[in-house]
Design a protein around this ligand. Structure first.
Ligand code: UGA
Length: 432
């Protein structure tokens, strides 16, 4: 099939390249000339495992191409995917500026009947709004159909998730559009959920909100476990073996970050507000997550009292491992608080330092390795469970720090390991 994808951000690029890999012919359109040139030369602007290889292979086979030209990009396409960003607006709602602009561009240049498929996460009802914008601005005599095909990709494993996801959701109020999308996705060989437009939009928000709820829930249980002398690792394991609960997303820590959960939970609350429907569970999910970020620093302060003149090694900055993404990373709030308390901060992250420098306070110093960061430190604090950090041995802290005092916001070590290590170890939801 001939497909266009608008927007070559993380969602659009992965979608375009993976559809090409299935054998479709894909033209990706982006307004950013430099990015388009980079992509046409086989370089991926984001790091995603396996993406650059697939990009190069499909460029070589002429299955995928990149352009800034709408007219050329939309020509003869049976499907046009919209995958532009929907950042968080000032009031927490999704900002649809890019969706509106892309819809107008489609309307101006579309010369044949097509199905417009929204990949971007958009509030319920937005697909109908997109249809209105396009139809109101069409230059040529053409007919469009609208469908929603939300993504469930995790950053860092987006290519894997595209081919091995649990389900594909396609929603449309038009039977032919549904059939076309079913055919396009058949090659993925995954279960397909066919539904109406609004339910598809809702499935995306409800899924992310539920996963965020699971994390805040386990964090609340962790805080309580710690106070009453239980161990959250054992509690989560015992809970997760119940298939109705499930074992994933029960890792207690310093809370969720990233470009999706914080934004989408606030957006769904805001969708409710617009129709005067309060969502107390989700409001508390957001509050618990905010509070969780300060818990590790509060513990540290309770133990050390005064951080003035103390050197704190911060290990891990990105919002989760295997990505350089700093959006809504808990490390931002944590480093700000440490500096406010008068500490000298030396941070280490295997890949996120360049992005971290753009968002962390200027006083933060950076180290090339965990060894270098903890050298001569008074306190060490783990914020992201990178392999390099999980595998940095406890003896490394013991040998390099003034007095080995470790606060672990991601429960990287089990308590047996720590017992006779000579490291004073504090974590989340477990007895000291
Ligand atoms: C998330 C969803 O998992 C994807 O299904 C969805 O498609 C994506 O958002 C999106 O809407 O685009 P992502 O943000 O890449 O993907 O990352 P996750 O791996 O889900 O982790 C999110 C945050 O939750 C991280 O900060 C992580 O540290 C935290 N987390 C996750 C926990 O604190 N505990 C857990 O048990 C799991």
């Amino acid at each position: 099939m001939k497909i266009a994808v608008i927007g070559t951000g993380y969602v659009g690029l992965v979608t375009g390249v993976c559809l090409a890999e299935l054998g479709h012919h894909v033209t990706c359109i982006d307004v950013d000339q430099e990015k388009v040139e980079k992509l046409n030369s086989g370089k991926s602007p984001i790091y995603e495992e396996g993406l650059e290889e697939l990009l190069q292979k499909n460029l070589h086979n002429e299955q995928v191409e990149f352009t800034t030209e709408y007219q050329q990009g939309l020509k003869d396409k049976q499907l046009v995917y919209l995958a532009v960003g929907t950042p968080q607006g000032e009031d927490g709602s999704a900002d649809l500026t890019y969706i509106e602009a892309a819809s107008r561009d489609i309307a101006e240049h579309l010369e044949n009947d097509t199905v417009i498929v929204t990949k971007s996460t958009v509030p319920v009802g937005t697909n109908e709004y997109i249809k209105e914008i396009i139809e109101a601005n069409l230059v040529h005599e053409v007919h469009i159909k609208i469908a929603s095909n939300p993504e469930f990709l995790r950053q860092g494993s987006a290519v894997y998730d595209t081919f091995h996801g649990d389900r594909i959701v396609i929603g449309s109020d038009d039977e032919e559009a549904l059939e076309l999308l079913e055919a396009v996705n058949a090659g993925f060989n995954l279960p397909i959920v066919k539904t109406d437009l609004r339910s598809a939009e809702m499935i995306k928000y409800a899924s992310n909100a539920f996963l965020a709820t699971k994390i805040s829930f386990i964090n609340e249980m962790a805080n309580l476990s710690e106070k009453i002398g239980a161990n959250i690792d054992h509690v989560a394991r015992g809970m997760g073996m119940d298939k109705r609960i499930g074992e994933s997303f029960l890792n207690a820590g310093i809370g969720f970050g990233g470009s999706c959960f914080p934004k989408d939970t606030r957006a769904i609350i805001s969708i409710g507000k617009e129709i005067a429907y309060d969502m107390p569970i989700l409001e508390n999910v957001v509050d618990v997550n905010e509070r969780q970020r300060s818990i590790i620093v509060d513990k540290l302060l309770k133990r050390v009292y005064d951080l003035k003149g103390k050197k704190v090694a911060v290990l891990g900055l990105s919002f989760k491992p295997n990505t350089d993404d700093m959006r809504e990373a808990p490390s931002i709030a944590v480093t700000e608080k440490l500096l406010e308390e008068g500490a000298t901060v030396v941070a280490y992250d295997p890949v996120a330092v360049a992005n971290a420098k753009k968002v962390l306070p200027g006083q933060v110093n950076y180290a090339e390795s965990a060894e270098e960061a903890v050298q001569g430190a008074d306190v060490a604090i783990i914020l992201t469970e990178w392999k390099q950090i999980k595998e940095f041995p406890l003896t490394g802290y013991k040998e390099r720090m003034n007095k080995a005092l470790l606060f672990d916001g991601r429960n990287c070590f089990n308590l047996d390991q720590v017992k006779d290590s000579g490291v004073e170890y504090h974590s989340i939801g477990r007895p000291v």
